[in-house]
Design a protein around this ligand. Structure first.
Ligand code: ADP
Ligand code: ZN
Length: 223
């Protein structure tokens, strides 16, 4: 399964992505996670990327495409992968298509998570992440059992720097301008499935599963 998870920041890509990769046993590749790790480690790429991430802007396409190309060299992508947060612009999508073509591979599905703007802002304001293991929570909708403490590993929960309200608005504006055009791009390739992504994590999960099952079923049926 080669899947792209598309959606505005706060649409639930991280949470739902975790579930999908658990079910299919494929790695989740999040360009945001890779960037945050590079920034934390202070690598050259991290230092270059930080100025963009902090302002809620897109890191330049060539940097991102190089990062993804390197990641796809690793052996664990043999049975597929889930991309979360990539591609995020038409040039990234075109670069990725060229990369896949060279490898003789193709995408199975692009899942777009649909959430109203009002809810996006609310979700990001409440989002907390475990500093140790990266588990995601929301103070309103998915609170940890004990406030500020990770259920899984006991690590401290914090708010991402770029989840501050002003940066959130900038990230949403960037999404509308640069990323939303990918919906038509993948629809034209007949890869797009739109999933209504308000409601509980389990409800959305069930809708995604149905969409993926329908897709695999159809492919088997077609031989
Ligand atoms: P979210 O989807 O919640 O906005 P991410 O973790 O995917 O969060 O991304 C955080 C930031 O990392 C983005 O605002 C952007 O600055 C940078 N980033 C992540 N992925 C990409 C990408 N594919 N292209 C450009 N910038 C990216
Ligand atoms: Zn944790």
């Amino acid at each position: 399964m080669r899947i792209i998870l598309l959606g505005a920041p706060g649409s639930g890509k991280g949470t739902q992505g975790d579930r999908i990769v658990g079910r299919y046993g494929i790695p989740r590749i999040s360009t945001g996670d890779i960037l945050r790790r590079q920034i934390a480690e202070g690598t050259e790429l991290g230092r270059e990327a930080q100025q963009y991430v902090d302002r809620g802007n897109l890191v330049p396409d060539p940097l991102i495409l190089g990062m993804v190309r390197d990641r796809l060299q690793q052996g664990d992508v043999e049975n597929g992968f889930l991309l979360d947060g990539f591609p995020r612009s038409i040039p990234q999508a075109e670069g990725f298509d060229a990369l896949l073509l060279r490898q003789g591979k193709r995408l199975d599905l692009v899942v777009k998570l649909d959430v109203s703007k009002r809810l996006l802002i609310e979700r990001m304001a409440g989002r907390r992440v475990c500093e140790k293991c990266g588990a995601l929570y929301n103070v309103k909708s998915e609170p940890p059992r004990k406030e500020g403490v990770c259920d899984r590993c006991g690590g401290p929960l914090t708010q991402r720097d770029d989840d501050a309200e002003e940066t959130v608005r900038q990230r949403l504006a960037v999404y509308e301008k640069s990323t939303a055009p990918l919906i038509d791009y993948y629809d034209a390739q007949e890869l797009l499935v739109i999933v209504e992504a308000e409601g509980s994590v389990d409800e959305v999960d069930a809708r995604i599963r149905a969409a993926l099952d329908a897709r695999t079923g159809r492919e088997e049926g077609a031989g």
